[in-house]
Design a protein around this ligand. Structure first.
Ligand code: PEP
Ligand code: MG
Length: 883
């Protein structure tokens, strides 16, 4: 069996298509080698080895060692060096690389192959003793940390003490002799702590590092990351062993990261950072503040240190050309790592770059215009859920801003919240419903949960590609990084700048698009949805087959949804209007009425208000379909509950408090969700539904006259379980329609349908469709009743279901295809068998969830209906389901 795939020297055994086997990094290193790009030679140990390793009690499969060692010998031949050769040593890096990128989650070892003998050879070969011993001390520190489990802080402490003793300030102040002394102390620390010397055998070092990388697949960070990103444990990681190239070999050496386009805005400009005389991890770690790649970026940022374009023009020109080749080849924006060793450029990684939603849209639209991808591909390039980032308000540009400091605009958007200084605190306060800004000197992978909980992230150190910046962009959270003028004191829990001191809990705002830190909260403004966004949506609208409607009951929501492109209202929950203004009084009067006559009197007061609500909605929707659902919740929800409230309401409404209390007692239920609600209310009090039907029909006529577009209202009956319920209610609704037509001397079309939100209704859909003219799947209640899980109480135990893998996803967020989905499929099929071409949609929360929308498309539903802010997400997801 083949466990090892070699690459380098213009060829490779693998290629980009072998991502599952070689991991993303390994597959792309092979691909770049095949393209003839300058890639240091190396080999990839496959993800199958990782899986086999864990399946077999952490034992490697047979044949692996021989294959790896042969591949290493070959690498040495290409480079012209030999692993462990004291005179001419080959050094390698050992890195993880899974199928899905997990930035910073797993371990890496650099400079492997150094020992007390080979370090002399390296010094000789490089003609630079200082460089060789600097590399060796880095190796001891990294290897001891990653492979032997010694905390890197202990090593940093030794170095700090050494610097203090010698009055040095910077690492660059240390000479070769100094590094030798530091190395002696490092080795002593290893021996004292572990009671064994630092390993001198290079083969032992190699297998130690490989074992550590495979081991890191199961570390806590990596597991958390996988859970958050739905990456299965079974995928495993590959290990890449690659000849070292050195960015720390003097002033013509450097290491850097770059994006072929701006990952925040999508602009087609080279974007990235580099550090002269440094090694790979230094940039990502955000320890030194890096320099720009281009002269233009340096000038824009008013940086004093030269850009790569200026400092290393030849390597820069080559890099630029490679960017173009890579983009043309991968047809997507690339995220690249490179090293320059003594003036010569080497490529260490390429992958499709993570980007904000804004950048994703711009890049997709631009690449269509550049002829790189098709419109269909462009639609597939944007994660529909991520549009959420663009649909929410940004800081009002006209509002005053009390800017206390600025940093780098690391991830766009704005957020206000209370300051917290630790990730645990961020998670804790978030769980108590507080918005927080996580303020850290820098973040590390241990902060993932805090970043997840925070509304925004602020760091004082690190560049645009620091951990905080990369992770925040991936999460779609605003982030300001590298705000160097801020001083954070973790012990005192304060952040200070120019005499201003902020404490934990103080309110601040960060603007991740401008890099600003602002005192207090700043008012926000609605987003503009023009330009590239509108273009992509236009393409999506042409491709999709599902219609997208909105759930709305207020004119404000209806207008917002129209602006976002809603094609009608799929669910108007009439009861939401019952609480508006003074109408709750009339509603209460209706509920406490003794008899039908008393109830009619109160309903007559409600009728004109409801009619006016519906008229406004119809007018905003200008002839687009509008589904209005008749009263659904139990009546007691509209009554006051505490003794005090009862007194107050009774006085206000001129009702007898005793009578009100008695009525409350009568209406109280053990299990209201399964009680007197939905069409059961219509059955016991037909006059309520009749009033609502009248309001709908009269409003339809009024709005039709006003806008000139005839309104065809869809009247929807909730929580139906049997055909007989509808057979009881529909004739009454029809009678109201007849009466209105007669009174007004005008005719109109309308339809009467039902929600399918009970399992019995789904199974009996064939019969129900004899009466119902349309179906709308109420998947909130359908999920609740199919699982028998109360939608209002699920939070207290659902988390354990998710963390233990009993459920893969919260079924109230993403449709449970297996169970609830089957009920929908059955209902759709049986309904259509009775009434061919019957109109069907979905109006539960799932109508705005991309995976659920795909399900609806697959089952031939006509539309999805979702909250206004999810309308664009649904439009894009519907298009993705159609390509
Ligand atoms: C549903 O049950 O899915 C639905 C849309 O109705 P509601 O959420 O109002 O119960
Ligand atoms: Mg419902």
């Amino acid at each position: 069996h083949k466990w090892v795939y070699a690459f380098g020297d213009g060829t490779a055994e693998g290629h980009a298509g072998l991502r599952d086997l070689l991991g993303g990094k390994g597959a792309n290193l092979a691909e770049m080698s095949n393209l003839g790009l300058p890639v240091p030679p190396g080999f990839t140990i496959t993800t199958e080895v990782c899986t086999a390793f864990y399946d077999n009690n952490r034992q490697y499969p047979e044949g692996l060692e021989a294959q790896a060692e042969a591949a290493l010998t070959h690498v040495g031949e290409i480079v012209g060096a030999r692993f462990g050769d004291p005179a001419n040593p080959l050094l390698v890096s050992v890195r993880s690389g899974g199928r899905a990128s997990m930035p910073g989650m797993m371990d890496t070892v650099l400079n492997l192959g150094l020992n007390d003998e080979t370090v002399k050879g390296l010094a000789e070969k490089a003609g630079d003793e200082r460089f060789a011993y600097d590399s060796y001390r880095r190796f001891i520190q990294m290897y001891s940390d990653v492979v032997m489990g010694l905390d890197h802080h202990s090593f940093e402490e030794i170095l700090d003490i050494f610097k203090e003793e010698n009055e040095y300030y910077l690492d660059t102040d240390l000479s070769a002799e100094d590094w030798k002394e530091v190395i002696t102390r490092y080795k002593r620390l290893v021996e004292e702590e572990l009671e064994e010397p630092f390993p001198q055998g290079v083969t032992a070092q190699l297998w130690g590092a490989i074992g550590a990388v495979f081991g890191s697949w199961q570390n806590v960070r990596a597991k958390t990351y996988r859970r958050l990103h739905n990456i299965p444990d079974s995928w495993g990681t590959a290990v890449n062993v690659q000849a070292m190239v050195f960015g720390n070999m003097g002033t013509q050496s450097a290491t850097g990261v770059a994006f072929t386009r701006n990952p925040s805005t999508g602009e087609k400009l080279i974007y990235g950072e580099f550090l002269i005389n440094a090694q790979g991890e230094d940039v990502v770690a955000g320890i030194r503040t890096p320099q720009s790649l281009t002269k233009a970026a340096r000038e824009a940022g008013k940086e004093t240190k030269p850009s790569m374009e200026e400092a290393m023009p030849e390597a820069y020109t080559e890099l630029r050309a490679i960017f173009e080749r890579l983009e043309a080849h991968y047809r997507d924006m690339q995220d690249i790592e490179f090293t320059v060793q003594a003036g010569k450029l080497w490529m260490l990684q390429t992958r499709n770059g993570k980007r904000t939603a804004k950048a994703a849209i711009k890049i997709a639209v631009d690449m269509v215009k550049e002829g790189l991808i098709s419109k269909e591909e462009a639609i597939g390039r944007v994660d529909a859920s991520s549009l959420d980032q663009l649909l929410h308000p940004t800081l009002d540009p006209d509002a005053p801003r009390n800017i206390v400091a600025t940093g780098l605009p690391a991830s766009p958007g704005a957020a206000s919240g209370k300051i917290v200084f630790s990730s645990d605190e961020a998670a804790d306060m978030k769980s108590h419903g507080e918005d927080v800004i996580l303020v850290r000197i820098e973040t590390s992978p241990e902060d993932i949960h805090g970043m997840h909980s925070a509304a925004g992230i602020l760091t004082t150190r690190g560049g645009m590609t620091s951990h905080a910046a990369v992770v925040a962009r991936g999460m779609g959270k605003p982030c300001v990084s590298g705000a160097g003028s801020l001083r954070i004191d973790y012990a005192r829990q304060t952040m200070s700048v120019m005499g201003d001191t902020f404490h934990k809990g103080d309110l601040i705002t960060i603007d991740g698009s401008a890099g600003q830190i602002i005192k207090g909260a700043v008012p926000t403004r609605q987003p503009e949805l023009s330009g590239d966004f509108a273009q992509l949506m236009e393409w999506a609208d042409k491709i999709r087959k599902l219609k997208v409607r909105t759930n709305a009951e207020t004119p404000h929501d209806a207008k917002t949804a129209r602006k976002f492109g809603a094609e009608g209202i799929g669910l108007c929950r009439t009861e939401h209007m019952f609480f508006e203004d003074e109408r709750i009084l009339a509603v209460r009067e209706m509920i406490v009425a003794d008899d039908s006559a008393g109830r009619k009197k109160a309903l007559d007061k409600i009728l004109p208000m409801q009619r006016d609500d519906f008229r406004q909605l119809f007018e905003i929707m200008k002839g687009l379909p509008v589904t209005i659902r008749l009263l659904d919740p139990p009546l007691h929800e509209f009554l006051p509950h505490t003794e005090e409230e009862v007194e107050e309401v009774a006085a206000q409404a001129g009702l007898d408090p005793e009578k009100l209390k008695r009525r409350l007692g009568q209406l109280s239920e053990f299990n209201p969700m399964l009680g007197h609600r939905g069409c059961r209310l219509g059955v016991s009090h037909p006059e309520i539904y009749e009033m609502q039907a009248r309001a709908i029909f009269e409003a339809a006529l009024l709005a039709g006259e006003q806008t000139g577009a005839p309104v065809v209202p869809e009247v929807m009956v909730p929580l139906v379980a049997t055909k007989n319920e509808l057979d009881f209610l529909k004739p009454r609704i029809d009678a109201v329609a007849e009466a209105v037509m007669k009174e007004k001397g005008a005719r109109f079309d309308y339809s009467v349908g039902t929600m399918i939100e009970l399992p019995r209704a789904a199974l009996q859909a064939g019969k129900i469709a004899e009466t119902a003219e349309f179906f709308s799947f109420g998947t909130n209640d359908l999920t609740q009743t199919a699982f028998g899980i109360s939608r209002d109480d699920a939070a207290s135990f659902l988390n354990e279901y998710l963390t233990n893998g009993i459920l893969e996803q919260d079924p109230f967020v993403s449709l449970d295809r297996e169970g609830v989905g089957e009920l929908i499929a059955i209902a759709a099929e049986r309904g259509r068998a009775t009434r061919p071409g019957m109109k069907m949609g979905i109006c539960g929360e799932h109508g705005g969830d991309p995976a659920s929308i795909r399900f609806c498309a697959d089952h031939g539903l006509d539309y999805v209906s979702c909250s206004p802010y999810r309308v664009p997400i649904a439009r894009l997801a519907a298009a993705q389901a159609a390509v």
